[in-house]
Design a protein around this ligand. Structure first.
Ligand SMILES: [Zn+2]
Ligand SMILES: [Zn+2]
Length: 425
């Protein structure tokens, strides 16, 4: 106990538990927590001290949970542990709930209307509907229009969304007292309770209810009816992963909102067999034979995303050779750019198809090749020479030859970042 929070929280000094100063940085807090977690982990201490260690372990975990979160830490600094206790006794006697909720969730209860009994403040819009939409690279290259049928909830045309039959005035909902929302306490951890606003289900957040006998005949009191609608989704040429396509006002209507949200499609680009994309540029492999690399070619090397063949002539200048992993650029053959006629570039990575084993096993052919191709550099001079044996290898095995394997050295700071249970293996 360093006395800093003595007056408001005599029961738990989180800084003291982690043995850090009140001005400790986030990195210091994390480090101190890892240290405490390792020292007190129940698996790491002798039998007789286990119970005590477990208490310290839990205390360190809770201290870390609060101090590693800027908002919670700020709240703790002001109110002590009272900010996180409650449940039975309410949110800490004598404390202003606005302070706590405001600190935790950036919520101002006064500003929410409703809570203070000043009349409900309804959401102005029904929620947006977010959906993923997977698109092939071909379709992103060419652009695409997709038509689809959508079933949408719309406000009942007969009762205009009141749910009541003609001439009947809906009554105030008793469950939420007409607010449309209710406060709900939710336990989020040991001794930690948060306050949440939930829509009132009794009145579908409208604040009004209708007697069973007074219900609208068309929607049976549900306030909305289903409507089938043909929608069109236009994917522009050059659209990319993460782009949003918004169909305004096409989300479900809800009785408690004046406006209707959007359907928002989030484009997901499907992987392609031949092409990699980065922004407006494309990348692909240029597969050529060894003979073509050395002596040249003039042929279609690739089928583009729109089905066109891409033909290349090699060499540019007499005698030019293409080498493995060499990169060549075809300007203007990348992806189209949105709202423009410009295109990115196509990068081709040379891959040489070497002849199969045995192609040159005939001694005369091998000799002829040796004559045509350049020989090795001058011999390497050494005092001692061993003739070594070799075999085919798996590149993945490189570095795995150490006795005991490679798992012994794990950075303590990296593991366990998610919580105490990961702090040891
Ligand atoms: Zn109706
Ligand atoms: Zn209600």
């Amino acid at each position: 106990m360093n006395g800093m929070n003595g007056s408001s929280a005599p029961e738990a000094d989180l800084y003291g538990i982690l043995n850090i100063s009140k001005s400790a940085s986030k990195a210091e807090i994390k480090k101190a927590y890892h240290k405490a977690a390792l020292q007190n982990h129940p698996d790491k201490v002798p039998e007789g001290q286990r119970e005590e260690a477990e208490v310290r372990f839990k205390a360190a975990s809770q201290a870390y949970e609060i101090l590693s979160d800027d908002q919670k830490r700020g709240l703790y600094d002001v109110h002590g542990m009272a900010a996180f206790e409650g449940g039975q006794g309410g949110m800490g006697a004598g404390m202003d709930m606005n302070d706590i909720l405001g600190g935790l969730f950036g919520m101002n209860m006064g500003g929410m209307g409703g809570m203070g009994g000043r009349g409900p403040q309804r959401p102005k819009r029904s929620p947006d509907e977010n959906q993923k939409y997977e698109v092939s690279l071909e379709d992103l290259y060419k652009g695409k229009t997709v038509k689809f049928a959508s079933t949408k909830n719309v406000l009942c045309s007969k009762c205009s969304g009141s749910g009541a039959k003609d001439g009947v005035e809906p009554k105030t909902c008793a469950t939420c007292k007409g607010q449309g929302v209710r406060q709900v306490l939710q336990q989020v951890g040991p001794g930690m309770v948060t306050q949440r606003l939930m829509e009132c289900s009794a009145c579908e957040a409208t604040g009004k209810v209708v007697n069973p006998k007074d219900k609208c005949k068309k929607c049976k009191g549900k306030r909305t009816t289903e409507e089938k609608k043909q929608l069109e989704l236009y994917i522009p040429r050059g659209a990319k992963e993460g782009d949003k396509i918004v169909l305004e006002g096409e989300a479900d209507q809800i009785p408690s909102a004046e406006q209707t949200g959007d359907i928002i499609f989030h484009i997901v680009e499907l992987p392609h067999d031949l092409f990699n994309r980065a922004g407006a540029d494309l990348q692909a492999t240029l597969e050529i034979t060894l003979a073509e690399a050395l002596t040249g070619f003039n042929r279609v090397v690739l089928k583009h995303l729109d089905g066109r063949g891409i033909s290349l002539i090699h060499p540019h200048v007499e005698g030019e050779i293409l080498r493995p992993s060499q990169v060549i650029k075809v300007k203007g053959e990348g992806m189209p750019m949105k709202r423009s006629d410009a295109k990115g570039d196509l990068y081709l990575i040379v891959e040489i198809q070497f002849p199969e084993d045995g192609t040159f096993s005939d001694p005369a052919t091998a000799e002829a090749l040796r004559k045509v191709l350049p020989g090795p550099e001058p011999p390497i001079k050494t005092e001692l020479t061993d003739e070594a044996h070799w075999e085919d290898a798996d590149p993945e095995e490189f570095g795995k030859g150490a006795p005991g394997g490679g798992g012994a050295w794990v950075d303590e700071d990296e593991e366990g970042a998610e919580g105490p249970q990961c702090a040891t293996q």
